[in-house]
Design a protein around this ligand. Sequence first.
Ligand code: BTN
Length: 322
Amino acid sequence: MELNKKEIELVKILHNNNGKFISGENISDTLGVSRTAVWKYIKNLRKKGYIIESVPRRGYHLVEVPDKITVTEVLAGLKTNLIGKEVRVFSSIDSTNNKARELAKGGASGGTIVIAEEQTGGKGRLGRKWYSPPYTGLWFSVIVRPHLPSNRAPFLTIITSLVVKKAINKLGIEVLIKWPNDILIRGKKVCGILSEIMATPDVINTAIIGIGINVNQDSFPSKIPLATSLKQVCGHNVNRIELLQDILMEFENYYNRLKDGCYRDLVTEWKNSMDILGKEVDIVAGNEIISGKVVSISRRGELVLIDPDGNKHLFWAGDVTL
Ligand code: BTN
């Protein structure tokens, strides 16, 4: 759904008016077009799914925007300095992480967001696929250029899981973070995070942080029985654009804390958002399965496990079974 330049300007005017009426005259002055042209743009926007009320002598006001992700809607009301500086929206691509990587290699600046309405080759962790049907979820990647020490890499997913948790909590839904970075609701996965890092042994130059959130799916294929959507949990559609904006604003906040070196606070918050401490678990890391008790999360964000022989193991990543 493409909007032309004047339609984009008109949508911005309606958004900036915060749901109040604005007169046709006022709009025509601001856009520098005739009242008839304003009416034509309003009609076009309605055809594209915008609900705009018009009342004689009062003018127009924006009631509802279409449930389609567009750059105009993502940027309307997005109060960030870095994250979302550039927004790219695709109707269907293989993977937003792949596209973000390509853009990053081509010089895209830190803070660029790549969003797709559908992914045909959505990537999960450990080479898995990520189910990404059209118009129901949030499938997006954030490009950052953090210049953090390489051993701080886990913090990128730590902050991302905290950000998503916080944004979902704002909808009145409780979630748990499953180490290292799955977001679960009542044992089912609602969000997955896939970070891809471009680093030297010392420094993380660029990271692509891919976030997949199941938002408005009514059901899932039987091969992924342990998935859930926000809609399935709360019983109604969730506004994907508002959720995305909340995540981007919160991401900026947590990213700034990370850049300021607030590692200790971030790990503490992350620890408190999981229920893995003290549990007996099996961890698959590479070709190994290690069983033991989770005794702590280290200051660097590693999971600390003691096996039955009393040996200590540290993990940055892996697959955990409780
Ligand atoms: C996982 O839990 O296995 C991670 C899933 C990550 C999925 C997201 S969707 C947006 C971004 N693009 C991808 O191809 N993957 C991530």
